[in-house]
Each structure stands twice: as structure tokens, then as C-alpha cells.
Design a protein around this ligand. Structure first.
Ligand SMILES: [Zn+2]
Length: 457
């Protein structure tokens, strides 16, 4: 089985690709101008930030960057495309012939190119009276497309690969948000000779499902000696099947012509000047080598937060990797709750506690208590300050906290037990459940008990 991906990621620029319309949306058709509506006489200008991001990604994947690049018009007719052509790159894209080291396996990158997004179409109305509404806010949004060679060999591998790749892409171009909705992929998959393309799949989970479905469908076809057609399909998210859309068109059907309004860009020198920072996966590899961390630990660390890695490395330099890992491990537990308030003074306090532990000034469980105080207390203070007592959900939370406090008082040894084994929390959770009689969900109770226990006595 051979799988190749065409990955589309929206670039996080403030304005669109070829005009100054904002990229942060608004009501339908509010962020538009003559250029992104393709009015006659309008002239596009290339967004430099988008070009730089494209070049950064080309470098990330070790692509060859040509001396000159230009854009092309890809002609097709569809209501979401006001100009009847999409401005994209055909010859001389910003990067070609690259590779991505996917957990020791080289996946070749055929090309990296820039293009504009078309508008979006929404269907409305009752069956039989449907309307198609077009929103051109998306028209002209900057996209990068990354095309891989068919080097992936299973749907699960494709998902892993895309997930790794997105980690690196996000970091390199400063794309925020964990939402996987930001990625759209066209997936090529062939079980036998003929290749099928599943267009426009959104998110990692859907991509894996679409590929799995397609793998099974093609295998069945081949077993029963029916031909697999070279065609384009789409993934129906509700029915979880792929559906034939049309026979695959060939590239020449689009009648590419050069875009004369934009001109030619000299990009090699520009690319050479751009320097990418160390990416999360590069850092994970370095942490493995430099400090002898297990691969899974190193990955977990970079995936949790680069800030946490900074803390780890600061401690590792002075106190050794073992102590650093112990402390980082304890900080990473509640990291999700403390990350926004984790400032330099907290980091210094953690470092001090770690140093004392390293000098044998405090024991392991004393260290745990110190750390929970540094992390937990801080959160609680912030939360308490922000309480709006008129808000009923806050009142409820106070009720829950009171119940937790009561359970803590009735179990004097609980902090010591919890420090030894986190499962000790279950005892309190059970008691709070009983005493509050179903007012709060298990999730709420578990969170409240854990938050309280991590604060220490
Ligand atoms: Zn515009």
C-alpha cells in the first residue's frame, strides 16, 4: 500500500495573500476587496510574511529553494472562485525535493508551494429548496501546500506522520492552537496499481478513517477482480465512507498560465537569511542524546511545552539529568493548569527546591510538597482572586471545595499517602461523592480533590 499526502495549512498572517484584507473573519463577505473578489483592474501584491513562512517551511523540509519563483493561474470554474482562476504555484515553487525524517524513516517531500484559498460555500434551506451561499472572506487566505511522495505505507502511519509534521510546522511558522481543524489534506492511496485521491479531508482522525475505508474498499475490489478506477473521491464524515466525485482530472486540464500581475521573486538569498529555531522534534532528539532521556520521555516533554523543556535544561545543567527529570515530571503533571501563570519567580522557586533536594537538604516527599505548594497555591490564589460570588457556578464550586476540605480534615494522613501514591486520592473522591450526593460530576470532584491534594496540608 502506498500513501502520499497533499497537506494544506493556513498561514497565520494578519492580512490575506495578495491584498490587505484581514484574515480574522467577521460576518460573511465583510473581509473582501476588489482584489480578493477578482474584480477587473484590481492588482494583487504578494504578502511578504506569507512568502517568508513558505520559505521557512521549505527549509524545514530541506528543500531546494530556486533562485527565482513566480505564481501561476490555475483555471477552473466554481462559484467559490470569483476570478475563475486560483493563484497558485506550478513551475518553480518555493521548495522542491525535500525530505522529512519521520522516526528514522525518510519521507520524501516533492514540493512546497504557496497558494490562495478560494471562498467557502454553505448550503442552506430545506430539502428541495436548497440554496448555496458563498462567503468570500476565505477568498485569498494564504495557504501553504506540502506534497509528499507516496512513501507512507499504512493509514495509521500517515496519521502519525502528519501529527509529527504539524508539530514542526506549527512551531516554525508560529501557528497557534492545538485544533487539528487547521489542516486539510488530499490523500492519495493505492493498494494495487491505480491511485485514488480522497480530496479535502479535515483533521487527523478523519484522514486516518478515510484512508482505512479506502484501503478496505480497494482490497475488496482487487480480490473480486474488479478494477479500481483512477478517480477523485471525497470523505463523507457522517456516513464514514468515501464517495466518488469525478474522474481524476490531469494537471494539464487546469491550463496553468503564469500570473503576470505578480512578477518574479528572487528568493534564494532571502531563504538563506532566514533561520529556523530548533523545532520540538529536533529538541527531543537532542534531549535524548545530550541527557540520555528515553525517546518517549523526550517527546512527551517537548509535546507538553517548550517552556518546560527550558526548565528541564536549566536544572539538568546544574543538578544533573536525574534530579531535573524527577522535578520536571512533578511539574508536568499539573502543567496544564499552571502553564498560563508559570512565570520567572515560579521557575526560580522550583529551581531552588530542586537544588535543595539535590544537596540532600530535603527528602523526596518534602520536595513533592514544596513543588505542590509552589504550583498549587499559586493557582488557588489566582482563582480565588478572580471569584465572582454572584456567579452560581462559582457558588457551586465553593460548595464543592467545602466538601473537599471537610473530607481532608477527616483524613489527616491523606497528604502523606498521596505523596507516596496518587491513588490515595480515590479515598477522598469517594467520600466527597457520598457527602455531596450527586450535585457534582465525577470529573468535577476528581479535579477538585486533586487540586486540593497537590496544594499540600
Ligand atoms: Zn481583499
Amino acid at each position: 500500500m502506498r500513501i502520499g499526502l497533499e497537506i494544506h495549512v493556513q498561514l497565520p498572517t494578519r492580512s490575506k495573500m495578495f491584498c490587505s484584507c484581514p484574515t480574522d473573519g467577521g460576518p460573511p463577505n465583510s473581509a473582501v476587496c476588489p482584489t480578493c473578489l477578482g474584480m477587473p483592474g484590481s492588482r494583487p501584491t504578494l504578502n511578504r510574511a506569507a512568502l517568508e513562512m513558505g520559505l521557512r517551511l521549505a527549509k524545514l523540509f530541506d528543500c531546494q529553494v530556486p533562485e527565482r519563483t513566480w505564481f501561476a493561474r490555475k483555471t477552473y470554474f466554481y462559484p467559490d472562485l470569483a476570478k475563475h482562476y486560483q493563484v497558485t504555484q506550478h513551475d518553480n515553487p518555493v521548495g522542491e525535493h525535500g525530505a522529512f525524517d519521520f522516526r528514522g524513516k525518510e519521507v520524501r517531500i516533492r514540493r512546497v508551494h504557496l497558494e490562495e484559498d478560494p471562498g467557502s460555500i454553505r448550503r442552506a434551506g430545506r430539502p428541495g429548496e436548497e440554496l448555496s451561499l458563498v462567503d468570500y472572506n476565505r477568498s485569498g487566505m494564504p495557504l501553504v501546500e506540502i506534497v509528499t511522495e507516496p512513501d507512507l505505507s499504512s493509514p495509521a502511519e500517515a496519521r502519525q506522520f502528519l501529527s509529527d509534521m504539524l508539530t514542526e510546522i506549527r512551531h516554525t511558522i508560529g501557528l497557534s492552537g492545538e485544533g487539528e481543524q487547521t489542516v486539510r489534506a488530499d490523500c492519495n492511496i493505492s493498494v494495487g496499481e491505480e491511485r485514488v485521491e480522497v480530496k479535502n479531508v479535515t483533521g487527523l482522525k478523519n484522514m486516518e478513517r478515510a484512508l482505512k475505508y479506502e484501503a478496505v474498499r480497494q482490497t475488496k475490489m482487487l480480490r473480486s477482480r474488479r478494477p479500481v478506477l483512477r478517480e477523485t473521491r471525497r470523505y463523507d464524515e457522517e456516513r464514514k465512507v468515501t464517495v466518488a466525485v469525478r474522474k481524476k482530472e490531469f494537471e494539464e486540464d487546469y491550463g496553468y498560465i503564469g500570473e503576470p500581475d505578480l512578477g518574479v521573486f528572487h528568493i534564494r538569498a532571502m531563504a538563506e537569511e532566514l533561520e529556523n529555531k530548533e523545532t520540538p522534534l529536533e529538541r527531543a532528539r537532542r534531549l535524548e542524546l545530550q541527557y540520555g532521556l528515553a525517546e518517549s520521555t523526550a517527546r512527551q516533554l517537548v509535546n507538553t511545552s517548550m517552556r518546560l523543556c527550558d526548565l528541564f535544561e536549566r536544572m539538568a545543567a546544574d543538578l544533573g539529568a536525574k534530579v531535573a527529570l524527577n522535578v520536571t515530571g512533578q511539574v508536568s503533571g499539573p502543567w496544564f493548569h499552571v502553564k498560563d501563570s508559570f512565570d520567572q519567580s515560579m521557575e526560580d522557586a522550583v529551581f531552588e527546591a530542586a537544588e535543595e533536594f539535590w544537596r540532600d537538604g530535603i527528602t523526596d516527599s518534602e520536595l513533592t510538597i514544596r513543588l505542590s505548594k509552589i504550583l498549587g497555591t499559586h493557582v488557588t490564589v489566582e482563582e480565588t482572586l478572580g471569584l465572582d460570588v454572584e456567579d452560581s457556578s462559582v457558588k457551586d464550586r465553593i460548595g464543592l471545595n467545602e466538601a473537599v476540605e471537610k473530607a481532608v480534615e477527616e483524613n489527616p494522613g491523606i497528604f502523606e499517602d498521596y505523596a507516596k501514591n496518587e491513588r490515595a486520592a480515590n479515598r477522598l473522591i469517594g467520600e466527597v461523592k457520598k457527602s455531596t450526593g450527586g450535585t457534582f460530576s465525577s470529573q468535577e470532584i476528581v479535579a477538585a480533590v486533586k487540586a486540593r491534594l497537590s496544594q499540600g496540608p
